[in-house]
Design a protein around this ligand. Sequence first.
Ligand code: ANZ
Ligand code: ZN
Length: 872
Amino acid sequence: MPELRKKYPFDKIEPKWQHYWAEHKTFAAHESPVSVHQSPREKLYVLDMFPYPSGAGLHVGHPEGYTATDIYCRFQRMRGFNVLHPMGWDAFGLPAEQYAIDTGTHPAVTTRKNIDTFRRQIQMLGFSYDWDREVDTTDPNYFKWTQWIFLQIFNSYFDPVENKAKPVVGVEAAVPAETAQAGTPTLPERLAYEAEVPVWWCEGCKAVLANEEVNADGTCDRKGHKEVYRRPLRQWILKITAYAERLLNDLELVNWPESIKEQQRNWIGRSEGAEVDFQIAGGTGVPACDRIRVFTTRPDTLFGATYMVLAPEHPLVEQVTTPAQRAAVTAYRAEAQRKSELERTALEKEKTGVFTGGYAINPVNNEKIPIWVADYVMMGYGTGAIMAVPAHDTRDFEFAKKFGLEIRTVVQPPEGIEPHGFTGDGVSINSGLITGLPTPEAKKKITTWLEEKGLGRATVQYKLRDWLFSRQRYWGEPIPIIHCEKCGTVPVPEDQLPLELPEMKDYTPTGNAEPPLAKATDWVNTKCPCCGGPAKRETNTMPQWAGSCWYYLRYIDPKNDREFCAEEKERYWAGTMRRERPTAYSPMPKALVDLYVGGAEHAVLHLLYSRFWHKVLFDLGHVSTPEPFMRLVNQGMILGEDNQKMSKSRGNVINPDDVVREYGADSFRMYEMFMGPLEATKPWSTEGLQGVYRFLGRVWRLFCDEDGGLLVDDSAPDPQLVKALHQTIKKVGEDTDALAFNTAISQMMIFVNEVTAQATRPRALLEPFVLLLAPYAPHLAEELWEKLGYQRSLTYEPWPKYDEALLKEETVTVVVQVNGKLRDRMDVAAETSQAELERLALANQRIQEFLAGKQVRKVIVVPGKLVNVVAS
Ligand code: ANZ
Ligand code: ZN
């Protein structure tokens, strides 16, 4: 590639200022001393979603969000804020482990190398991070506290009365794994518990997959392996469901895009309804198991229930199945086990099921209805059993049609709508005591009736499931638990944290469900911290989500080896330095981080998991706000020049290293912000990049001659340009504050064009302009600032102020004539052009009336005075 003639010496300027910033720790954040006598700079915590340092290096999508926050931080520092802006690495993950399996290289080595590459690439872009706060989730000094937080969760239970987590100490809370599953526990359940659960097992990865790692077609999302099925395994589970209601309600406290809130609401999936008990006809011989409990959102349709369905995994299937149906039911259950949930619930999917031979009694009319097994009912939702109302539920309708089951209409739809398959609200018909009632009242009345009879109760269900928290992998945080035959499940004592990973030679999965750590027998065999007897360490590790659940807290106090984060520092950055104890209802700030920018792909998992951990820490008094992130902004995706997602296979990937080498970091950053609104999806354009590069070259030449000598003079600026400057200050300031960077850049371009057109280079114009440019092209701005004679970085220079009076457009009244007769007046800006005056006059409503039926022959314009339209 021919060497491009450089428009300005970015290759000298950029490394120079990056060194300066590093050497002077220009962006180091300090907690301000807070005293009543000083008015401290207001704090601002601006966070980027930290990257997973993959072997592929930085993608041009990463710097998009990072540039946005960087501009915002630099701008707010100039406006006087005390800004915290850190960066780190979310570095546990499968690829390093896979690489270790393939090559024998320790995952820590691969990870360190990848981090070094990422750090170099991020630093070459000149972001204003406080590098002394860098965190790495794989560093034992970091994951010591991830383990500590896990133990906080393990040592807590959820008090439903106070609706918060509390420590188990002093509470009878030793919950054996078995009770975690069965019915209503009498003892409070820990927020971290073990249970045998059917989990997704990928035969290819030799690992358990989380639900979100299983694709809709039942393949594994990591590597596309086909052999994925369910198998029961002992797992660690976090009881996020205890927080369902708070996670839902507290979305009101934060300023997030409505679409992300909606995704979280759907994920949490709150449904109001009723549980209803149906007696099993003939009983089962087991007193406690003689009824089927269903969850329904439509108790008003009880009179239309013509059959029931149990999920294939439902424990009562055994009991209700008759000998004649047993073989068919058993075969069906085995088949269902192999399907993914998405496969089972897909609406288009052909319904399948088998009759169990058993019957149940509908409590409202004592009718005997058949009990079926079908995979469209999920064991993990509601009670795992439904009453089917084919007339008013789409899935039941299809099922009943296919198997010839009765369809009984019990809701009258509004005029003109077919009642069969009508799922909306209407009026109850053929429904005994609720006949004639509109749906909402019918629901209430029948629920009250059920409650009075002891047959049911109003309930709320959530789609949210508990969080499957363990992985059968090496490269993750060890779960700090010891299993002792005498003492049960014992936490590793705090003073023994971090519990580090053992050195291993062989990272291959064991092949059975045993995690690779099971092979490190020296590490596994240990002493019980309670009784001193022989015991074994937990060999599961934490999932990749763990480290990112709380990294924003560690940035606040990254070197603290006594606490995960000191209270006064957390309170400083949260803005909760006052004396009273904050609660969810106090007027204190509701979240710690002021602005969080990252990809929309984290709408649910990361953003829900971290909210959950934060709430547990809040309940236990370790953090002072109920929410972690106040304002959330999602950057849009950057596509390749071909409008496709960038990917190696398409060959459309843009490498940040190449861009910076050819055009410099300032052009790269500014171009990414100029592409369009931050939230929009937009394609890369090398031409667009070159346009921004040429603009920065023009800025350079505005200040410097060929040899870099300063051209700036002390001449009095043209009043028109002074006005343009003040308009630019206003526009760039407002737009930057609103993260509308592309329009701020346009305004700077307009201004530079106007100044370039003049012969003089007045300092009074150019000096403030450098400050406006600084957040966007920080290296260039620093260099120009130095050329202007300043010794220190412009980082903390005050943001220029604009004069409101200068912005007022002077207006004049222009008379409008038609054929020499005065017909109207218009108030317009004094400098309105001839062409514009003509356009305004002809578009004028009253003038158009006088011109009706006539043809315009000529328009005479006297700027600032008169427009005469000649027409006949
Ligand atoms: C009877 C009925 C009649 C229902 C009607 C709907 C309409 P949401 O809104 O998603 O909470 N259901 C309950 N548990 C289920 C499970 N484990 N697997 C599959 N389906 C289940 O849906 C609640 C409705 O989904 C419940 O209300 C139940 O069907 C079904 F006209 O009960 B309904
Ligand atoms: Zn013991």
